[in-house]
Design a protein around this ligand. Sequence first.
Ligand code: SAH
Length: 213
Amino acid sequence: MTFDAEAKMQFLFALRSKGVTDSAVLQAMERVDRGDYIQGYFTERAYEDMPLPIACGQTISQPSVVGTMTQALQVGPRDKVLEVGTGSGYQAAILSQLARRVYTVDRHRRLVRAARTVFEAQGINNITVFTADGSHGLPDQAPFDRILVTAAAEDPPGPLLAQLKIGGIMVVPVGQSDAVQRLIRVTRHEGGFDYEELRPVRFVPLVEGLGKD
Ligand code: SAH
């Protein structure tokens, strides 16, 4: 299947029916072809609303979860965004349509290299990809207007909270890695942080240190 008019219509319909209604987010998801971020056998299922396996034992998230998280992040065209957990690069590509600049980090070199190759092939030039333990954030690029964590942490990591601008928003799945986690939206204001619980989600865990490959 290719991301033709018919596939797009069904894809967008599924997103809307699961609560992704923001028109800028829907437009971004219509522009980015999820099939470009999946290799091999599973490309056939690229436009179905399900997570799929990628290299290094990781997963590309379910499109409706990508849509919900992106919508909750309220990204504006002047924003500098940090994503922790590049994975396939799909979520970063969506963010790149909405933000001024996206920094994304993964602990697996192999995933970083593959994502970079796709961004280059697609002519996306406002994403910078790093191999790093993203739980420390990116001190050299901080502070950020928006931070999106796409792996589950037991608590929102302190360094990431510290790298959020006043008025900034972070969306992060929180909870034990082997359980259903809660998607949390953190908003930073002058006096501290507000926490809002959005919905249950299931993500691979945020793991310390760099991966072997
Ligand atoms: N956003 C991705 C899906 C992420 S899967 C997409 O659109 O495809 C979660 C990713 O988080 C995995 O690739 C995993 O390697 C990465 N990850 C886990 N712990 C990490 C850490 N401490 N720092 C950076 N990346 C991490």
